[in-house]
Write a protein that binds this ligand. Structure first.
Ligand SMILES: [Zn+2]
Length: 138
């Protein structure tokens, strides 16, 4: 693994962990940390989501998306966390943004389809339900 110098006129390949760029002496340690920070935040968000801490998860994913707007994986996760928190508008916004960046993204397509369905409580076909067992018997 190596770190390419972020200075556009340099772009020297440096060994991972190098303090300074071998080509132009730009400090690299902080840059390498910044480079891996979004992945770290994303993993923290996943861990928080698994632990049921949805608000914390959403904050992590939102930070990743702010940092890396093109990270559709993080954006999908942000949308899902928003949906679970009851923020359907935010979920819709993020999934739409994913599809703008990656047309046909399966997670975003599924997410938007889910949003288009009525909430479970109001699932109604417009027909009275008379096929079930009669109430009050037994
Ligand atoms: Zn350099």
């Amino acid at each position: 693994m190596s770190v390419r110098c972020p200075v556009l006129l340099c772009r020297e390949e440096n060994a991972y962990g190098a303090e300074l760029c071998a080509g132009c002496r730009t400090p690299l340690a902080g840059y390498a940390r910044l480079h891996t920070y979004p992945a770290y935040l994303f993993n923290r968000g996943l861990a928080a989501a698994r632990a049921g801490r949805l608000a914390a998860a959403r904050d992590c994913f939102a930070a990743v998306v702010h940092w890396c707007p093109g990270d559709t994986e993080a954006r999908n996760a942000l949308a899902l966390a928003g949906l679970r928190l009851g923020d359907r508008a935010e979920a819709h916004r993020q999934w739409t943004e994913v599809l703008d960046r990656r047309p046909g993204d399966p997670k975003a397509v599924r997410g938007l389809a889910q949003l288009a369905e009525p909430a479970e409580a109001s699932r109604s076909s417009g027909l009275p339900d008379v096929s079930g067992p009669a109430p009050g018997t037994g």
